[in-house]
Structure formats: structure tokens, C-alpha cells
Design a protein around this ligand. Structure first.
Ligand code: OGA
Ligand code: NI
Length: 444
């Protein structure tokens, strides 16, 4: 027996049990697990090979620190815009956005009872499995290399997703079961809409911008959708994952997680840290578009959700994404000689299309010289002769008869398969296909 491993497991169980006694509503989640969980397509969750990750993709939970000091920001903190630089609240948010790309907020103004009611209608929706047409249900998967070749490993979770809106009536797009779902969710969406306004304004100020700058840049008609994730207990959380590591693609997410059950983790300084639930708090995640708009000052957070042995976990993310037509690029006021643009401009549609095309590998479209200063289409390109000598033989072939255009066409045709294209865009690799139906999910 691995004594250390067993001790860590044992402590985990005690922690979960104590928190469930302190949080009576948690006990009701246990009843969901009286019988094995069935995905919406009637596949039971079991530790069968198609749920088991290859060794190099496993979460390695013993390497995750037992707890971490993720910033907790009190929105009631002193926040006076006296024109004398950022308020203490704005400074704290800005620091958290730079260092973590994620933080908790407390005293956010959304009533505790409303949050609990919302989680409970979401939980009931999982129980009834009565999904309306507009509600998409996913069981995400991750493509991994196994002995037999590339395989899809199913995630130990089920997710449903639908739109939300804070001012317009969107209730016809919501599940009809349980009967109070529509009313509760509409109220929650109104409150979360107000919270997004406040967060976007605080984050804009943290960048030294006008209050409404980020909101304007994300656009008039943002794409708003929510994602409810249900993670049943797993007999061996070391072998599976609830959601693989990923960055959210939009701008910001407001995540509500059931109290007392841990699962969300983030990477900081190359280590995974747990983001344990804080009572009456939301987790705020920054996503890719904020990183680009802020010209890399604020970071999009890399995160994942792991499973646990004892208790089911439920989380509800509210996402605020740009419209497909919105042009995203570093905000001009953040660019000067010392801070040249790190990313090029693109439409959100282009970003998503590239992401789908590259099966989730592509992340931020970094700026590179060819985007600024491009040779003429028929310029011959090759290493400059004066730089070539015995010690420095040519590393690249001269493209004498080919035009630069031909080279670019060739590179684009290969859709990033060649290294040169990756250099041109400075791609960062992204290993999973989250939020990516074509590679990432089974639709039911
Ligand atoms: C997501 C997500 C984390 C969680 O829905 O994108 O990362 O804790 N969820 O469920
Ligand atoms: Ni996410």
C-alpha cells in the first residue's frame, strides 16, 4: 500500500464529510448518486477503458498542492474614482488579473438564496434529463495518443449549455423542467448581467482605461451562454478527468460552484493549484480575448476540473463572449513604444474558425513581423549572402523562382502543419478540445 497516497485520500474524505455536515444541502447531492450516473445517451459512467486517460494525461493529483491562496476580492472594498489613480479595489483586481487570470469575488450583490436556487434547478435538470431542443448536452472528450493510435477518451462529466440574456426575454430557450427553471434562471441572468457590467468596468479601470472600454470592445451584442457541468463521484480520480486543461475562449466567465466539493484547478508558475469553493463567492475566469485586448497584461487562465471519490460536483459558468463580427486586437491606448502590440487584429469568427480548424491546438494569434511588414508578393526570399560563410552555411533554401505569395499560399494550405507557419503565428499548443463540438463533445 502506498501510505502517502492513502493518507492524502483519507484526509480528502474527511474534509468532504465534514463539509457535507456543515452544508446540509450537500447531502441532497449524495442522493443523486444512489445509482450509477447515466449520461444523457444512456451510457453509464464506469471506469471502462474509454474513460481512462493514458498515463501522461492523468491529473497526477499528488502533485497538486493541498490548498492555495487564490485572491479573494471583496467588491464592497473601498472603490472611489477620485481621479488619483486606481482605487484599492481596482488595484487588487488588476493584480489578480495579471498574476492569476482568476480570482474569487465576495459581496458581489447576487443574493445567496438565488445562487442556491439556481444550482438546485440545474441539479434537478440533470435528474430529469428532460432537455429542450435549445439545450445542448455534451460529454466532452479528449483526443489522446494510445498504443493503438489516436483515441477519444471520454470525460467524467456531463455538461449542458444554453443561451442567457440579462435584459431580453430568452426564457423560451430554457429547459421546461423543473417547472421553476425558467423563472429562477431569468432572475439569476439579470443579476449576473449587472455583475458582468461591474466587472468589465473594474477590469477596464485596472488597465487605466475608461469604465466602458472593455464592454464597448467586446461589442454591442455579446454572445452569452452558460455551461452547467456535473461531475459524478469517480471510483479512481487519478485515472480520469472531469474537464481537461483548457483556456476559455471568450472574454470572462462567472463560475458558481457548489460549496464543499473541490475540483477546479488552475496553473500558476507551472504548478496546478486547487481553487476550492469559498462560501458565497463566484470564481471569475479571464479568457483569451481579454488577454489579447489587454495586449497580454492580463492573462487568460489555464484550468481543468478533476473528479473526487465521494461527492458529486456541480458548477455553473456564465460566459460573456464577443459576437462573431467583433474585431478583437490590443486596445490602442495600451500600445506605445515600450509596449508594442503582441497580437494582430482578427474577427472573433476568424479566431473560432482557426480554433476549430486546428482542432483546438491554436490559441492566441500572436503578432509577428510578416503581419507588419510583408515582402512584396514577387520578392525572392532567402538568407542574405553576406551572412553566409563557412561557419554559417545557409539554413534555408532560396526561393528564387517562387514568389513570396506562393510561399504564403503553400503555408496556409498546410494549415499550420509546417513549423514555418507556426513561427509566423507563434502558435501555442492547446491540447484539448473543450468548447469545441467537432472534436470535443458528443452531442445527444
Ligand atoms: C468551464 C469550466 C470548470 C468547473 O465550464 O469552462 O472550466 O469548475 N468549468 O466546472
Ligand atoms: Ni473553462
Amino acid at each position: 500500500m502506498d501510505f502517502r497516497k492513502e493518507t492524502v485520500r483519507y484526509c480528502g474524505h474527511v474534509q468532504v464529510l465534514i463539509s457535507s455536515l456543515l452544508q446540509p444541502e450537500l447531502l441532497s447531492y449524495l442522493f443523486m448518486e444512489m445509482k450509477p450516473f447515466q449520461l444523457a445517451n444512456n451510457t453509464p459512467l464506469s471506469l471502462s477503458p474509454n474513460f481512462i486517460l493514458p498515463v501522461n494525461k492523468r491529473p497526477n493529483l499528488l502533485k497538486v498542492l493541498p490548498s492555495a491562496s487564490i485572491p479573494i476580492i471583496d467588491l464592497n472594498d473601498h472603490d472611489i474614482d477620485d481621479g488619483q489613480g486606481p482605487s484599492p479595489l481596482v488595484s487588487k483586481i488588476s493584480q489578480a488579473c495579471e498574476e492569476y487570470g482568476l480570482f474569487h469575488i465576495i459581496n458581489h450583490g447576487v443574493p445567496k438564496e438565488l445562487c442556491q436556487k439556481t444550482l438546485s434547478v440545474v441539479r434537478e435538470q440533470y435528474l430529469t434529463k428532460d432537455h429542450t431542443k435549445q439545450v445542448k448536452v455534451f460529454n466532452y472528450y479528449q483526443k489522446v495518443q494510445k498504443y493503438e493510435g489516436i483515441e477519444k477518451v471520454k470525460m467524467w462529466s456531463e455538461t449542458f449549455s444554453h443561451p442567457w440574456h440579462h435584459t431580453e426575454d430568452f426564457t423560451h430557450l430554457l429547459p421546461t423542467n423543473p417547472p421553476q427553471y425558467r423563472e429562477v434562471f431569468a432572475e439569476y441572468a439579470r443579476k449576473i448581467g449587472g455583475l458582468f457590467d461591474r466587472l468589465l468596468s473594474l477590469i477596464s479601470r485596472g488597465l487605466g482605461l475608461e469604465n466602458d472600454c472593455l464592454k464597448r470592445r467586446i461589442g454591442e451584442r455579446p454572445r452569452l451562454n452558460c455551461q452547467a457541468n456535473y461531475y459524478p463521484p469517480c471510483p479512481d480520480p487519478e485515472l480520469t478527468i472531469g474537464l481537461p486543461e483548457h483556456n476559455d475562449l471568450g472574454s470572462i466567465a462567472v463560475l458558481l460552484q457548489v460549496e464543499g466539493v473541490t475540483g477546479l484547478q488552475v496553473i500558476k508558475d507551472r504548478k496546478w493549484l486547487p481553487v476550492d469553493p469559498v462560501p458565497n463567492a463566484f470564481v471569475i475566469n479571464l479568457a483569451d480575448q481579454i488577454q489579447v485586448l489587454s495586449n497580454g497584461k492580463f492573462q487568460s487562465v489555464r484550468h481543468r476540473a478533476v473528479t473526487n471519490k465521494l461527492l458529486p460536483r456541480l458548477s455553473l459558468g456564465m460566459f460573456y463572449n464577443p459576437n462573431y463580427d467583433t474585431v478583437i486586437g490590443p486596445i490602442e491606448d495600451l500600445i506605445d513604444e515600450e509596449h508594442p502590440p503582441k497580437y494582430r487584429k482578427y474577427s472573433f469568427k476568424e479566431y473560432m474558425e482557426e480554433f476549430y480548424r486546428q482542432e483546438g491546438k491554436r490559441r492566441l494569434p500572436r503578432l509577428s513581423l510578416p503581419m507588419f511588414y510583408t515582402p512584396n508578393n514577387d520578392t525572392g526570399i532567402g538568407p542574405i549572402e553576406d551572412l553566409i560563410n563557412e561557419g554559417h552555411p545557409p539554413m534555408y533554401q532560396k526561393i528564387q523562382n517562387n514568389s513570396y505569395k506562393e510561399l504564403m499560399d503553400k503555408l496556409y494550405r498546410q494549415q499550420g502543419a509546417r513549423r514555418r507557419v507556426e513561427e509566423a503565428f507563434e502558435l501555442q499548443h492547446y491540447e484539448c478540445g473543450l468548447h469545441l463540438p467537432c472534436i470535443g463533445a458528443f452531442f445527444f
